[in-house]
Write a protein that binds this ligand. Structure first.
Ligand code: MTE
Length: 314
């Protein structure tokens, strides 16, 4: 991945934080009243449920404009503004996700069925490996709730994930220059996949997930660098051996399988000790924040890695 470049979000595009907060409380009350999710996915709407406070980071939300216009989704291009500009022709419905491998009940889930799993709001801190971070109110459900339905076998130790391949709808997959091999693939250990913080997200900011953020369903693993959070998933496989991952295959010296957020392990080309919270402070004079071990989720996840050398297993 290229080194960090400052966001190109005009200040005028960023709504003041208090307006976001008031919008959020509106969405919250709409949800309690049992209203549908906004956006194009009316048929997919599912009621929101209150989430436990441990799943809500108590830090200012990153403006929605920044969340939806500044990100990585190489299937739509390699620049931060490419996904929002090039994802308009992508069709997130109809959609299905195949779950196979070492499971008692392999199954193809239609999106409507996935939306029937109880959806919750989770406000997570997200840290990109390139040095920027955001706080995003996701909507989704624990991956464990889905895995339970297919009954993983005792031999299953890892979970691998695959993004859709559609060059006709994803310009980054169709051009002469191919930045990555497709499909984009990612993986987790089964215990990481089953951790209550790990969700499949179907929305953000109270709305159906925008195409550029991984519609209609993407992974969110908040204690790992952002590239683990694979988008537009079509296949989830339970496997015995550590799966291959796109970024490790592309550059194993720079990107490991674990990719836990770790201020003590530098990327070979830059420090991971600090981060810039997008939307905070503008271009100049923006104070970088200290990056926290496991992105601030150490209390919940550090025990998963007891006895593991996190410098060797980066
Ligand atoms: N998933 C796919 N399929 N393709 C990608 O290029 N980029 C990753 C991740 N998931 C990527 C992907 C990276 S590097 C980051 S930082 C996050 O998506 C950023 O997207 P978000 O802001 O919507 O979480």
């Amino acid at each position: 991945m290229p080194a960090y470049r400052p966001p190109r979000i005009p200040a005028s595009d960023i709504t003041p934080h208090h307006i976001y907060l008031s919008r959020r409380s509106f969405l919250g009350s709409a949800a309690t009243a049992g209203l549908a999710l906004a956006g194009g996915g009316g048929a997919l709407a599912a009621p929101l449920a209150a989430s436990p406070s441990s799943f809500k980071v108590n830090e200012p939300l990153t403006p929605k404009e920044a969340v939806t216009t500044y990100n990585n989704f190489y299937e739509f291009g390699v620049n931060k503004e490419d996904p929002s500009q090039n994802a308009g022709a992508f069709k997130p419905t109809p959609w299905s996700v195949k779950i196979d491998g070492m499971v008692g009940k392999p199954k193809v889930f239609g999106l409507e069925e996935l939306m029937k799993i109880k959806q919750e709001e989770r406000t997570y801190r997200m840290r990109c490996v390139e040095g920027w971070s955001m706080v995003i109110p996701w909507i989704g459900f624990p991956l464990a709730a889905l895995l339970d339905q297919v009954e993983p076998l005792g031999s299953a130790k890892y979970v691998s994930f695959e993004t859709v391949v559609r060059p006709e709808e994803m310009p980054g997959q169709g051009g002469f220059f191919q930045p990555l091999p497709w499909p984009y693939i990612e993986g987790l250990r089964l215990d990481e996949a089953r951790h209550p913080l790990t969700i499949l997200a179907t929305g953000l900011y109270g709305e159906t997930l925008p195409n550029q953020n991984g519609a209609p369903i993407r992974l969110v693993v908040p204690w790992k660098y952002g590239f683990k959070s694979i988008k537009s998933i079509v296949r989830i496989s339970l496997v015995e051996k550590q799966p291959e991952t796109t970024w490790k295959n592309s550059n194993a010296r720079e990107y490991g399988f674990y990719s836990n957020v770790n201020p003590a392990v530098d990327h070979p080309r830059w420090s991971q000790a600090t981060e810039q919270r997008i939307g905070e402070g503008g271009f100049f004079g923006a104070k970088r924040r200290a990056t926290l071990p496991f992105n601030g989720y150490a209390d919940q996840v550090a025990s998963l890695y007891q006895g593991l050398d996190l410098k060797a297993n980066y």
